[in-house]
Write a new protein. Structure first.
Length: 333
């Protein structure tokens, strides 16, 4: 029984390190990953195998690899301002540090600090894979953002702290919530020939005409990769209004201008098969409706269709206020 458990543990370790190596090849962390994989190979190679630290259980070798890859030194410099650019002092800032423990568990540590008279704050002396920053001040709205330090991310995706260029966080004075529609839409049959699907974001249903948002997916005719993958594109269109990409500085007030009638994504056949968590501010029906939307879209190459998850928070009163309160949700009959 003990021998069987050992074999299972070794197989899990081998699978885990294979996954780690695959990620490393994609993210550029190959030199360190090679060292980690070598350590694992010494253990998995057979009975009596030794690591650079002597005979050790597989779980300890895996823990060492995680220590190298995901327990990275964390230093972070930030600045909090209001929506006019004025530095905000005495703002509480949360810093949530996470890193994996073993195969399934994630360790979380919450740290706090306060901005100085110039709105500046610092986290230092921490260790982890990433840190999520969120300013908090009573009567103000804010958004959190994550920054990655793990070597499993490529150098261009890892955060590099710079005291001379702190990351700016905008907090916005709350206007109070207004009655709004909220919809969580799942639609799994978007055609891939460019035929648009229209959504009414008040009812949360598809419509033949009108509505607030039109989404179309287009596959190119030429197959370019592994006998089935093609170049493809996604277009979001608002016929009586427009969209604008929601940045972390856009909180719960829709911009007065800067909207485009459509946005389009184009992808090569071998690049990606999904869009995840894209966020936009939408103005529709000639300014009557303003909404914030978040959508996820994936391609099913075998069934030749696209699946969409779309969340929307819509204010139908011509107001640009998008602050939502579940208690004031407008119920659709």
């Amino acid at each position: 029984m003990k021998r069987k458990a050992t074999i299972v543990a070794l197989m899990l370790a081998a699978m885990g390190f294979a996954a780690v190596l695959w990620l490393g090849l994609r993210t550029g962390a190959v030199p360190i990953l090679k060292k980690s994989l070598s350590m694992a190979t010494n253990v998995i190679g057979g009975a009596g195998a030794r690591t650079p630290f002597g005979p050790r259980p597989v779980r300890d070798v895996f823990k060492d690899a995680q220590e190298v890859l995901d327990r990275r030194p964390i230093t972070f410099y930030g600045r909090v301002v209001d929506d006019s650019g004025k530095p905000m002092s005495a703002v509480k800032v949360l810093g949530m540090v996470t890193y994996p423990e073993g195969f399934v568990r994630t360790h979380r540590e919450e740290h706090t600090t306060t901005t100085d008279t110039n709105g500046l704050f610092t986290f230092q002396g921490l260790r982890g894979a990433d840190i999520t920053i969120e300013p908090k001040k009573e009567g103000y709205n804010s958004r959190q953002k994550s920054f990655f330090y793990s070597l499993l991310f490529g150098e261009n995706k890892r955060h590099t702290p710079d005291a001379s260029q702190p990351i700016v966080f905008v907090i916005q004075k709350s206007l109070g919530s207004e009655p709004m529609y909220f919809n969580d839409i799942d639609y799994s049959h978007i055609p891939v020939d460019g035929t648009p699907v229209r959504f009414d974001l008040e009812t949360g249903r598809t419509v033949v005409e009108g509505g607030d948002l039109e989404i179309s997916v287009k596959w190119e005719s030429e197959v370019k990769f592994q006998d089935r993958f093609r170049d493809w594109s996604v277009r979001l269109t608002v016929s009586e209004g427009g969209l604008i990409k929601r940045t972390r500085d856009m909180l719960f007030i829709a911009p007065a201008s800067g909207y485009s009638p459509y946005v389009e994504y184009r992808f090569a056949a071998d690049s990606r098969e999904s869009l995840s968590g894209e966020e936009y501010i939408l103005k529709s029906r000639n300014g009557k409706n303003h909404a914030r939307i978040q959508f996820y879209l994936s391609i099913n190459w075998f069934e030749q269709r696209a699946s969409l998850t779309l969340r929307s928070w819509l204010n139908p009163s011509s107001s640009r206020n998008l602050e939502y309160d579940q208690a004031k949700r407008i119920v659709v009959p």
